[in-house]
Write a new protein. Sequence first.
Length: 546
Amino acid sequence: MKHFKLLFLVQIFSPLFVFSQHNNEFYNNGSLVHIQAGAEVHVLGDVHSRLATGTLENNGLIVVQGNMYSDNLFQQRGTGTTRLRNNLVNVAETQFIQGSYAVRGGQAQIGVNDGSFYNLELSNSQGIVWLNGAGNIADVRSNVDFFGTGAPVVNRIITHNPSALPANGNGYTGVFGIMNTTASLTSMLDNTVTANGNSSAIDNGYVQGKLRRAVNPAGGTYGYVLGLQPAGAGASRGMQYIHLNFGANNYDVVEGYFQQGSTNVVAGTPIECSGNTVNYFGGADHGEWVFNDVTGGGAGTYEVRVWPQDHTMPTNSIWVITKDDQLVGTADDCGPSPVGLDRAGFNGFSEFGVAAVLSALPAELLQIWAVSNDDNIQTNWTVGSEINLSYYVLERSTNAVDFDSIATLVASGNSTVALDYQYSDFNVQRGIMYYYRYRSVDYNGTEEYSPIVNGKLAAEGDLVVELYPNPANDEINIYFESSIDRKIELTLYDAQGKLISKSPATIANGSNVIPMNLYSLTPGMYTIRLEDLENQQLIHKRFIKN
């Protein structure tokens, strides 16, 4: 049996439209397909590329309305562009890349064992193009354009199936790569990093998951626009921008991702930043950046600069970057803010987090909250440390503006361990909202106020409900104040009265908060219906989803 090689030579300069029908697919089973410069090929379905003899020489433009599949043998060459766009068919669907549209190895394999795109444009109407599978699934040798052409939104690349997203970067199975060794963000067009390193309100145009970059041996500054879920309430989400400024090196390819809830505590009592004690470590509540020397055995010094996003850091004036739970690199290379913080003198790769000096604060507040009991409101607070602190004055108000002192609590003075304080206020009436804060006073008379918390004794048998924040983004909290235990049912409706969800809940005597995830809801007005299943009490609350 003879085997034939199919050679497509698109020799015309006007667009060539390969229109078939919706979901019809283009297969290259071991053929050479050549697209001449200036020509266009439009595929209304999926693209399949297979076998070592299957080569795509794209010097023009391919517009794909479906998904892209390949094996790990297929080769891709040329200086053309592949555009993923679903404006004709597969509308309102995301698109994915599966297989090995990648350089299969380090820089030495570019043009040798190479299925990568030259230019890749992301123009999916849903703002998502994702990688289906594990390992190096898709690379570009020139540019990736997050906006593409004609796309209504900026696209993210998600290196995992978006129907079941991991909580951390290490759980993302796929890797997207930029094998263009040009430094800076030149190869990432229309990303949402602004000049000062922060992401825009869109919080798209980045790699959600794992990103690898080819590094020039001469060095340069390489930006990594990576992160986890889009911006919203809570820590360690959204784009977490970081860049690595290399000197002369032989790292070849460096891969990075972001990891939330990862400790970066340095052992002992670390002294840094001109003799200060570093005692706040942001890994647990913010996260860390993790990098790997992909090809292994690389060396060369570099500087790290970070722009943490979507999380409020403590107020501190001295910050430092940690590496592998250590204070290494250039000594006393510190900064006044975690945003744009840099540190030099690193060699080799692993985890990078931020840490700070907290010694300037007399009381390191970890948490403050109020509990409405049957006949009193109890205010509680926990501090992580105290420095020369004399006492706390608890203050109360009925309008959150005018406060009166109601109690004085003696402080420990100096402590490096967590301490708990509480005060029960019995001088309260039912149905009135009371606001509480403390004023800490150190031995020198310096004062500092805590955030304000509130509580209210519910009238006998009544259920008090509040929603916050309102308007909300990705999550809203349902606050309950009850004088008895209750079984309730929560029902969510849209503005047209359409049922969205229904779920039971149990409310305990006192204050309760139930968070509700709004991530899948479209912006607009919604109503929450709360029904006490035993007392038949009905409460309706409206909120706005941004």
